[in-house]
Design a protein around this ligand. Structure first.
Ligand SMILES: Nc1ncnc2c1ncn2[C@@H]1O[C@H](COP(=O)(O)OP(=O)(O)OP(=O)(O)O)[C@@H](O)[C@H]1O
Ligand SMILES: [Mg+2]
Length: 381
């Protein structure tokens, strides 16, 4: 296992929520150690994790719109204020939303207004596993692509913009081809295909790199959890294995041009990295993850997320926050103990939730235990 103990871990040491989901006001001052939150269904555990996830770049663990995060029956605004520490560094982060702010949450770092949440990527990162991801290995490729893009975004914040530019050019091309509102001008179409080729190949290359780093990081992770074997299925990614990026770009651009008629009839684009898939197999069983049991899939996802955290730590030089929503409940006692050990080994400030305190008993005093109830979080140990 790689020595992560020598690098600093990012930790939240002060958290204040105002008008956020089920919370009117919440004050929590955790230590750098892991945090375990327990409480009945609907107590506000996931909401708390979601608030922490907004201290990292992106849209948070539910991908909610800023408007949806405001407490129902409140004034429509919300705020999350926090102090993050990492080694000797300390950052005061505020993020929030006021009605009229549009679609973006505001971010302040050390009292200064930042240009969007991506500014947080300079010093903050988080990985997470939520119940919404349980179907990830069994269902279609869309959610796996999104996860992989999030992983790639952690290594290179520019990735998100390239994905957006690619998708924007793709939908504009589709509108042009089907003649919605505009005339299908050949030069215009070529321009859009040019963008799709350039951005699409960059996106595919970043995904390949992300898979490679994930796989390497997982190889250094604990043996207690089954290891996934990752692959990327997609013509652009496959071409990148054998040809230089410029050639793959030319091939994609020409391919799109030739596909115009077909795409006009069927809609969308019949080739490009928006069709790629992250292929996951249970390495030891040599079996597609989709055919594995629910528990086995959960364990594969745990490995994946631990690998993601480790890969981020390797690339960023600090251990990210790890948010595990209801993960403990799905694991048997031995697996739970192994998970806590793996998390201790990683050294992350983990935020874990469960409905019952006993789920965390194997963590002992290494985690701070909070009972969440009626908009409050009470320290129990
Ligand atoms: N914008 C909002 N305003 C007020 N309440 C909200 C808002 N969004 C969600 N809630 C409520 O917050 C409560 C807590 O939700 P949360 O998902 O955090 O519960 P939980 O403790 O994770 O429960 P479970 O164990 O079932 O996952 C729920 O009753 C939910 O309906
Ligand atoms: Mg929950």
């Amino acid at each position: 296992m790689s020595a992560l103990k020598s690098i600093s871990s990012l930790a939240v040491v002060r958290l204040r929520l105002t008008g956020f989901r089920s919370y009117g006001h919440l004050a929590l001052d955790p230590e750098k150690r892991p945090v375990a939150l327990f409480g009945p269904n609907g107590a506000g555990k996931t909401n708390l994790l979601e608030a922490v996830s907004l201290l990292a770049p992106g849209r948070g663990l539910r991908r909610a719109r800023p408007l949806e995060l405001a407490q129902k029956d409140g004034n429509g605004g919300w705020a999350v204020a926090a102090s993050l520490v990492c080694g000797a560094e300390r950052y005061d982060v505020g993020t929030g939303f006021e009605p009229g702010d549009g679609e973006r949450r505001q971010v302040r770092i050390d009292g200064q207004s930042a240009r969007g949440a991506t500014a947080l990527s300079g010093f903050s990162a988080a990985v997470w596993l939520t119940p919404a991801m349980d179907r990830l290995l069994a269902e279609g490729p869309g959610a796996r692509r999104k996860l992989l893009d999030r992983v790639a975004f952690g290594f290179d914040p520019g990735h998100a913009g390239r994905v957006t530019a690619y998708e924007k050019a793709m939908s504009e091309r589709a509108r042009l081809l089907t003649g919605q509102g505009m005339r299908a001008d050949a030069a215009w179409l070529s321009g859009l295909e040019e963008i799709m080729a350039a951005k699409g190949v960059a996106v595919a290359a970043a995904r390949r790199e992300a898979v490679k780093r994930l796989q390497e990081a997982m190889a250094q992770g604990p043996d207690s959890f089954p290891r996934p074997q990752l692959g990327l299925a997609g013509s652009v990614e496959e071409d990148l294995q054998t040809s230089p990026a410029v050639e793959v770009e030319d091939k994609l651009r020409d391919g799109l041009q030739r596909a115009r008629q077909r795409d006009r009839e069927y809609g969308g684009a019949s080739l490009g990295p928006h069709r790629s898939d992250l292929v996951v197999r249970h390495a030891a069983k040599d079996m597609s993850a989709a055919l594995c049991s629910t528990g086995e899939q959960k364990a594969l996802l745990v490995s994946l997320v631990l690998g993601w955290a480790r890969a981020l730590a390797d690339s960023r030089g600090f251990v990210p926050l790890v948010l595990l929503d209801e993960v403990a409940a799905h694991l048997d006692e031995l697996r739970r103990a192994q998970l806590f050990e793996a998390l201790d080994d990683l050294g992350a400030q983990t935020w874990a939730t469960g409905t019952d305190a006993h789920l965390f008993s194997a963590w002992g005093g290494r985690a701070q235990l909070f009972r969440v109830e009626a908009g409050r979080a009470i320290l129990m140990n």
